[in-house]
Design a protein around this ligand. Structure first.
Ligand SMILES: Cc1cc2nc3c(=O)[nH]c(=O)nc-3n(C[C@H](O)[C@H](O)[C@H](O)COP(=O)(O)OP(=O)(O)OC[C@H]3O[C@@H](n4cnc5c(N)ncnc54)[C@H](O)[C@@H]3O)c2cc1C
Length: 381
């Protein structure tokens, strides 16, 4: 058993962290405050192979696999999770095309995103159904050679800045099994009948673009179907199995960022004549953070490595998402407490880490949803 990262992965980690510090730090506060999306940084990241790092080289990616992508995500999120999300989620939705799409779809949609020329979005959640993915209502009705799509999607990352959506739609409403009614369809963002509105006022990841998107009789060719008609539900489940590793990478990164900031602060700040880090109660917080981060990082790397080596264990994907969100929230809270009153004002980045971390328990499957996934597997054994 070899836990050592390869030289390539170590270099990737170092390069990504340096990139994030140089590019994110000067604009982090402003982008958070003013909810500014960061297209220029995304383009620069693409030049450095950080957009779609998981995508094989033949489709324009860096070809570093799911493990490399987890490391990239970790190092970006360690500095600013919102700006990092603009880079790692530029490919959100493409996973479905990569696993289930045609060769032509892969070249048309994946490659320009990796080059920084286009942005993708995964449009699944609806106003009345998030966790309950079998209750989505967006319909795609066949008409001649087209699908005509009507419905509304909610909380869509990159919703107003993307060039296309990979959307979950009902194509087979009569199918006996509810799960066999869905298909995934690519919808160009400039198609007639689309209205998209940015959702302002998010608590965290404020530089990420989040939107509601309405499709009103939007017409796309049937060749935009991704994978098989009626297989959309199962394709979506597989999609989450893989993308949860990316989210868990965010969890490791932001947790490490909190520990970095906390360590720096407790060495400088004095109370009763000595640095607060010398107090055992401070050490207990730092120690607990470090242990949780180490556990999470190891489990994330293992999960990613298993996928890359063709032996995926998707229960682990649910576990790292479950444990990761809670680790991030724990670390952000501990870092803020160690900063005392200064942690509560926006001059110090820990309050932003605290706000950013919470979404990790919500998107890509709430922690309750992950509990159900893991519990069902345990009971079926
Ligand atoms: C910043 C942000 C970005 C997002 N980006 C995207 C995106 O790009 N694409 C996309 O499609 N979606 C996106 N989402 C949506 C996100 O995935 C959903 O918000 C999430 O899945 C939860 O769905 P919901 O909000 O409808 O909550 P609900 O499903 O209504 O859940 C509300 C509460 O009920 C609990 N609950 C639900 N069912 C059960 C159950 N069976 N047992 C116990 N508890 C249960 C949930 O755990 C939760 O606590 C994003 C959300 C946010 C906040």
């Amino acid at each position: 058993m070899d836990f050592e990262l390869t030289e390539e992965m170590k270099m990737l980690r170092e390069m990504t962290y340096k990139f994030a510090v140089a590019e994110f730090t000067p604009v982090s506060h402003e982008c958070d405050k003013e909810e500014k999306y960061t297209p220029e940084i995304r383009k620069k990241a693409a030049e450095n192979g950080l957009v779609g790092a998981w995508v094989p080289e033949q489709y324009g990616g860096a070809g570093v696999g799911i493990l490399g992508n987890a490391i990239v995500t970790e190092e970006l999120s360690r500095v600013d999770m919102g700006i990092g999300l603009n880079i790692v989620a530029a490919t959100f939705g493409l996973e479905a095309i990569y696993y289930f799409g045609t060769e032509e779809q892969k070249k048309t949609y994946i490659t320009p995103v990796c080059r920084g020329e286009k942005v993708s979005a995964g449009a699944f959640t609806e106003p009345d159904a998030g966790t309950d993915v079998a209750s989505y209502r967006t319909r795609a009705v066949k008409d001649g050679k087209d699908y005509v799509i009507t419905g509304t999607k909610m909380f869509i990352t990159n919703g107003t800045v993307c060039d296309f959506y990979v959307a979950q739609c009902i194509t087979n409403p009569e199918a006996e099994k509810k799960h066999s009614r869905f298909s995934q369809i690519i919808i160009p963002a400039d198609a007639k009948g689309i209205t998209r509105n940015k959702i302002p006022g998010k608590m965290g990841v404020r530089s990420s673009d989040t939107a509601d998107v309405s499709f009103e009789e939007v017409r796309v060719p049937q060749t935009n179907l991704v994978g098989k008609e009626g297989a959309g539900f199962h394709q979506l489940m597989h999609f989450f199995d893989v993308t949860r590793v990316m989210v868990a990478g965010q969890c490791v990164g932001i947790s490490q960022g909190c520990l970095d900031k906390a360590l720096q602060y407790v060495k400088e700040r004095k109370a009763f004549g000595v640095p607060i880090g010398t107090y055992q109660l401070s050490m207990a917080k730092l120690t607990e953070m470090a242990i949780r981060i180490e556990l999470l990082r190891n489990l994330v790397y293992k999960t990613a490595w298993l996928i890359d080596t063709g032996k995926p264990d998707y229960t682990l994907s649910a576990m790292i998402k479950y444990y990761g969100g809670q680790t991030a929230v724990y670390c952000a809270n501990a870092a803020l407490e160690l900063h005392g009153g200064y942690g509560y004002i926006d001059e110090y980045p820990v309050q932003k880490f605290y706000r950013d971390a919470k979404v990790l328990e919500i998107y890509e499957g709430t922690k309750e949803a992950e509990t159900l996934t893991i519990g069902r597997v345990l009971l079926s054994r």
